[in-house]
Structure formats: structure tokens, C-alpha cells
Design a protein around this ligand. Structure first.
Ligand code: PMP
Ligand code: GLU
Length: 397
């Protein structure tokens, strides 16, 4: 323990994975847990993608891959950005990494110096502040409550900018709230950011395809931001490929070169077989993406209606991703069998232990008043989870 660096000591462990682990441990003991903790599609990877990977193994895709990714995959990413987002990025502006997580971390490590401030519209994904801390930066939270659908305004962003601001990390559709910024909202944000060309924008679009209100809107569509933005995306969510570990960043060429340099010393090019699978995912038919989106949409409707029936839960109407982030602080101060629920984490533990439903406390997302449920599970299990939770929560007094 004494040998652990200050850098790693100061990191929080990933709350999402910690809860997934707890849920798995309980399941391994034979308990029937409804796992709504970790955010990953419950679907299988589409067959045509799996087939491409099998062929890649047979064709000996077993060597080191180029550090920024095979050219054909970077071309597929470039084509995807053009076709689906109307964005122009050459393969030289793209770096393929081990998940969107590494793509994000590469960019943070590349642009943030120790002491630099990074703006985090919050609630935000658990890993953003920790990546910033790893780079020696200072996370600066810009809070948006449920009253503003968990979305920050352009004015809030502008008010948070100081001479030390180096970057902004923004995610739409959002984990953990499911909120989606409209084109108009993004246009206002872009107008502000364009006034500060030294503030680098990191736009996490990993939930692009899980959107219930139509076309995806990217901050990168605004030409005035072109030189100060990186788009992050990948295959984990849209193609149910979380375990394949493929993500990418598209940005200015100087950034791509620097991310490549970093990655070349850290992880090398990512898994060659998974790159073949990702190419086929991007280039192939997109019907599975659409059918999964429709299923998530139905589940969204279901979970929102069930959550509204839970006394003390306040919910927004998420327009994307597969999370619900109810405000639940009316339960704090109540107790069960002598144990007081003091926080969102206590509530999550109570739900796990008493209702056998796994969720993630809101503190790690910057919102101690909320709790996150991933609805990447069947309608039947969602109904069961809310039946159990309703009963368990009614025992709190
Ligand atoms: N960004 C957000 C907002 C996420 O929720 C996740 C979770 N998987 C990621 C990035 C990372 O995705 P992956 O590394 O699996 O591509
Ligand atoms: N992004 C997912 C989540 O938030 C997967 C776990 C993780 O990478 O944090 O649950």
C-alpha cells in the first residue's frame, strides 16, 4: 500500500464496475439479482460482425496492428463520420483505441497540463473527473439539476471559463441522465466556445445511436469549432460490442499524432481481430442498430412510467442512452432495521440487499441526490425490479 503512487491513491475506483462486481458476487451466491448497475447492452453482437472476427482469426490477423489503428478501420470511421454525421475527417485525423474510454483518456492526457481546469457539465460519467485527475488537471463541475433536464446552458459554461480553463468534456446523449442536447442548445454552446479557442472541446458521442428523438446532433457540426474539438465514438453501445474494446477519436491532425504517440508507449494498436469486427460494424447493414434502438425506446417508456409510481422518485424523460437517473433524496434520513439511509450509495446498497436490484449511487456522477438505473435489460426484468423496489422502499420509515 505504501508503494502506491499519490496519483493512483487519489483516484476513485469506477463506481459502475464496483456495483457490477457486487451484483455479480451476489448472483454467484445464487441470489436472483436484477442487475441495472453497469451500462452495457444486453444484446449479443450482431452475427455478421462475429463472422468477420472469426474470419480475421482464420486469416491470421494476429500481428501487432499500426498504433493508430489499421488504415481500413480509420477509413471506415472517416466514412461513418461523413455518412452519418456530415463531418469531414481524414483517416490521418483518426486514432482507434481500446474503447472510447482510452480514446477519451488519450485526449485528456494530451491536452491537459497539471493545474489546468477542465469543465465537466454534470451529472457526468464517473470516469471524466478521474481522467482529468490522472492528467494532473482540476475537474470543474458545472451542475445542472433535474429542473433543467440535467443540461447546462451556454451561459453556465461561459461563467465557468477562467484563464486556466483548458478543456470541456460533454456527452450527449448523456450517461447518466439520458438527456440529449438539441441542435439549438448546442449551437448556443458552440457560439460561446468559439470565443475561447484555447478551450478544447471533448465531445463524447458514444450513445449517438440510442436516441429517441431523431437525428444525432454533434457539437463538431459547427465549423467555428473545427480546430478545437475532438469527437469520441465507438462500437460498444450501438453494436452491443462492449467487450471488443474498440473506440476512436477524430480531431485535428496535431491531436491525432499526439494521441498516437501516447498510445504507442502505452497500449500499442488495439486488438487486430476486434478491429476487423469494428470495420464490418461500421460498414455493414445498420438494421440491428435500429432494432436495438427501438427496444431501448420501449424500455424507456416502461421504466419512466414505473419510476413515476415510486413515491419519492422524481424523474426526467430521458431522450437517449439507456439510463434513468431519478432524484431520490427524499429517502435520505429514513431507516430500515436500525440502519439509516444517509446517501445515494446507502440507498443503492439497501436496494441491492433488500430488493436484490443493483443500481449505482449518484455521487460518483456528481449528483448525490440521484441514483442511476441502467435499463439495458429485458422489460420483464425491469417490471420485476420495480415491483421489488416499491415493496422494499415502502419499508423505509
Ligand atoms: N463514454 C461514456 C459516457 C460511457 O458511458 C462509456 C461506457 N462504456 C464510455 C465512454 C466508454 O465506452 P467504451 O470504452 O466501452 O467504448
Ligand atoms: N459506461 C458504462 C457505465 O457507465 C460501463 C462501465 C464503465 O465503463 O464505467 O456503466
Amino acid at each position: 500500500m505504501g508503494q502506491i503512487s499519490d496519483r493512483v491513491k487519489s483516484l476513485s475506483a469506477s463506481a459502475t464496475f464496483a456495483m457490477m462486481q457486487k451484483s455479480n458476487e451476489l448472483s454467484a451466491q445464487g441470489v436472483d439479482v436484477v442487475n441495472m448497475s453497469v451500462g452495457e447492452p444486453d444484446f449479443n453482437t450482431p452475427d455478421y460482425v462475429k463472422k468477420a472476427a472469426i474470419e480475421a482469426v482464420e486469416q491470421n490477423y494476429s500481428k501487432y496492428s499500426p498504433v493508430p489503428g489499421y488504415m481500413w478501420l480509420r477509413k471506415a470511421c472517416s466514412d461513418k463520420l461523413k455518412r452519418e454525421n456530415g463531418l469531414d475527417y481524414t483517416p490521418a485525423q483518426i486514432v482507434v483505441s481500446t474503447g472510447a474510454k482510452q480514446a477519451l483518456c488519450n485526449v485528456v492526457m494530451t491536452v491537459v497540463n497539471p493545474g489546468d481546469e477542465v469543465l465537466l457539465p454534470s451529472p457526468c460519467w464517473v470516469s471524466y473527473p478521474e481522467m482529468v485527475k490522472l492528467a494532473g488537471g482540476v475537474p470543474v463541475v458545472i451542475k445542472a439539476g433535474i429542473d433543467q433536464d440535467f443540461k447546462v446552458t451556454a451561459a453556465q459554461i461561459e461563467a465557468a471559463i477562467t484563464p486556466r480553463t483548458k478543456a470541456l468534456m460533454i456527452c450527449s446523449p448523456s450517461n447518466p441522465t439520458g438527456s440529449v442536447y438539441s441542435r439549438e442548445e448546442l449551437a448556443e454552446i458552440a457560439q460561446v466556445l468559439a470565443k475561447y479557442p484555447d478551450v478544447f472541446v471533448i465531445s463524447d458521442e458514444i450513445y449517438e445511436h440510442i436516441n429517441f428523438i431523431g437525428g444525432h446532433q454533434s457539437l463538431a457540426q459547427f465549423p467555428q469549432l473545427k480546430d478545437q474539438i475532438a469527437v469520441i465514438n465507438g462500437v460498444s453501445k450501438a453494436y452491443a460490442m462492449t467487450g471488443w474494446r474498440i473506440g476512436f477519436m477524430a480531431g485535428p491532425e496535431w491531436l491525432a499524432k499526439a494521441c498516437g504517440k501516447l498510445q504507442g508507449q502505452y497500449t500499442s494498436g488495439t486488438c487486430s481481430v476486434a478491429q476487423k469486427a469494428a470495420q464490418v460494424a461500421f460498414d455493414g447493414p445498420q438494421d440491428d442498430v435500429e432494432s436495438m434502438r427501438k427496444v431501448f425506446n420501449r424500455r424507456r417508456d416502461l421504466i419512466v412510467s414505473l419510476a413515476k409510481e415510486i413515491p419519492g422518485f422524481e424523474v426526467n424523460n430521458p431522450q437517449g442512452a439507456f439510463y434513468l437517473f431519478p432524484k431520490c433524496d427524499s429517502y435520505y434520513g429514513k431507516s430500515y432495521e436500525g440502519k439509516v439511509i444517509e446517501s445515494s450509495e446507502d440507498l443503492a446498497m439497501f436496494l441491492l440487499e433488500v430488493a436484490h436490484v443493483a443500481a449505482v449511487g449518484g455521487t460518483a456522477f456528481g449528483s448525490p441526490e440521484c441514483i442511476r438505473f441502467s435499463y439495458a435489460t429485458s422489460e420483464e426484468r425491469i417490471v420485476e425490479a420495480f415491483r421489488r423496489m416499491k415493496e422494499a422502499l415502502s419499508k423505509l420509515a
